[in-house]
Design a protein around this ligand. Sequence first.
Ligand code: G6P
Ligand code: MG
Length: 213
Amino acid sequence: TIKGCIFDLDGVVVDTAKYHYLAWKRLANELGFEFTEKDNERLKGVSRMKSLEILLEIGNMNFDEEIKEKLAEKKNNWYVEYISKMDESEILPGVKEFITNLKKNGIKIALGSVSKNAGIILENTNLKKYFDAIIDGNKVTKAKPDPEVFLKAAEELGLEPYECIVFEDAVAGIEAAKNANMRVIGVGSDEILKDSDKVISGFEGIDLSILEF
Ligand code: G6P
Ligand code: MG
């Protein structure tokens, strides 16, 4: 039986995936190329530097490490500017109700995100109190699809991987959950998240029966 739920942050708990996209698009445009929502699917769940590398590959560009650091920093500054204005209204619909329901039923809750900005976001949206364990980009060295982030989350909850379910909106995240030997529920579009065990479009109206397989 399932004893823990691990939530990705961006695009699952809060609507920040759009801000990552906006900031990357702004960088691409500044470098002189287009960056579409379809391209952006490849960046979801992926670390900041790896995302930059994918972005540059799309634009057919390459720079040395020093410039890449600067570009990543530039993107992050824009992103931080966007999220600094966030509040509780940007928690995705149904998320708080679902998590509250899980907790009432004795299920443990963890965050599993590779973002180094997770702390600010949880702070601004008042969500910290819901999590029994928080694993973010400051605690892991390997980004999704590596399973490190989810394995650490399970460990911190004191659970085995098979006792956990992951909620993810990213292709790389679904792969990471599979690599961790966990069940994974995709949050978003069926077509993009086809490798997950189940897909939901969001948490509105979702009850505990979603955890049954
Ligand atoms: C999450 C997002 C990615 C982002 C990554 C690193 O996985 O889905 O889009 O690149 O975190 O985030 P950071 O805030 O550290 O740049
Ligand atoms: Mg995500």
